[in-house]
Write a protein that binds this ligand. Structure first.
Ligand code: FER
Length: 391
């Protein structure tokens, strides 16, 4: 018996040593094991910190809100030409953290701080299309991260985007909605808290969100860690109630560092969101997913890291434009009309059977068969008694 006990003891020792070693080595690599679907952090290459020969410019503007005049900066990319209205630009809004201001990110006119240089270089090297970047502040006006989205949608977006050459045609709500594919909002720390509030309040106007190093406070401060499940469900319900679906209608590109003080607040919320797979499809593949959480190993709660997250995420913006409707478009001419109806009739009568994409697009109820039900549905669609096919 004794040798058995001794054997067991030493076996336990060997096993626990292996386990301890593997835990230590995992901890050295990252906070939690990387998943194949994780967005992998790429450190900023040194050359992106060198002043570009093709620089953008910064303009300082203001709007009145309540009794306050609120200043913000607008980055216009190199080559921006106000009189060329045929060229339109996407717009990214970036929010500072607690105790900071609108000049913190890339400075005011004539300044060339790190983030400005990074964006200049990314555009010059062709990593991203030329883009307009706006840095507002949540101080003054509503003076609150929860109140800022209201200023954003009623005042800032309409002002900026009708002044410059963007996809916003007018200040109307309808035009704000129809241009949402061309708008992104992100922020750091309290600016990240503000980003979650912006998702909650402005999903109709904005498709892309970048919360960096800060959790969602809709259910109380740091509720991302104290109420992760409820927070995740709340965020899912926002999209569901408004009718926005994964993976094409909205994108949440989240990030922080393994050594960031906000990591323990963000991580439980993100893990809870990952479970709600009908709303949040976790993937670094931006076409098939709508949500990722990039964790930089060693990253701390500081702008030198946030600037690198922006470097990593900007190329993922404005890429996933919703696929065009092809159902019912049998001849692939971009519209569903009487020609398609005639083609389907010829198929039903076995005069000219459909094949390939035409046959696929004729299956308007997507049940795998082209039959009289599809024919009836197409007729109803053309008569206007249904506005979409029931798929
Ligand atoms: C967080 C969200 C916001 C967080 C910190 C903040 C540490 C902001 C703090 C501040 O600006 O005072 O998850 O984690």
């Amino acid at each position: 018996m004794f040798w058995k006990k001794g054997f067991k003891k030493s076996l336990c020792f060997v096993l626990s040593s292996i386990m301890t070693l593997s835990v230590v080595s995992t901890a050295n690599i990252s906070v939690s094991a990387a998943d194949a679907s994780d967005k992998v952090f790429k450190p900023l290459p040194y050359e992106y910190k060198m002043t570009s020969s093709k620089q953008g410019t910064i303009e300082r503007l203001s709007y009145n809100f309540g009794n306050d005049t609120k200043y913000f900066n607008v980055y216009l990319p190199n080559g921006y030409n106000q009189s060329d209205t045929s060229k339109k630009y996407n717009v990214v809004y970036l929010m500072h953290g607690g105790g900071e201001d609108e000049n913190l990110l890339f400075g005011g006119p004539g300044q060339n701080k790190e983030l400005k240089v990074i964006i200049d270089n990314m555009i010059a090297k062709g990593d991203i299309e030329p883009v307009i970047v706006v840095t507002p502040s949540f101080y003054k006006g509503n003076n609150d991260v929860a109140g800022f989205p209201q200023e954003l949608s009623t005042t800032l977006i309409p002002l900026v985007e009708t002044k410059y050459n963007t996809y916003l045609k007018s200040k109307s709500t309808a035009d704000m909605k129809s241009s949402r594919d061309h708008r992104a909002f992100g922020g750091f720390s309290m600016g990240s808290v503000c980003t979650w509030y912006t998702y909650i309040n402005c999903l109709d106007y904005i498709k892309y969100f970048m919360p960096y190093s800060g959790d969602c406070w809709a259910l109380g401060s740091t509720a991302g860690s104290s109420k992760p499940t409820e927070t995740a469900q709340y965020l899912a319900d926002v999209a569901k109630k408004a009718g926005y679906k994964a993976p094409h209608d909205f994108k949440l590109f989240c990030a922080t560092g393994s050594d960031d003080i906000a990591y323990p607040n963000m991580k439980p919320q993100i893990d809870a969101m990952k479970k709600l797979t009908d709303t949040f499809v976790y993937s670094s593949d931006i076409k098939n997913g709508n949500f990722y959480f990039m964790v930089a190993n060693g990253g701390t709660h500081a702008w030198t890291w946030i600037n690198q997250y922006i470097y990593n995420v900007l190329p993922d913006l404005f890429k996933d434009i919703a696929p065009v409707q092809t159902l019912g478009d049998l001849n692939n001419d971009g519209s569903v009309d009487s020609t398609d109806y005639a083609l389907l009739k010829m198929h039903m009568l076995n005069i000219t059977p459909l094949t390939g994409d035409a046959l696929k697009n004729a299956d308007v109820d997507r049940n795998g068969q082209v039959d009289s039900i599809d024919f009836a549905l197409l007729k109803k669609y053309l008569l206007g008694s249904i506005s979409a096919f029931p798929v």
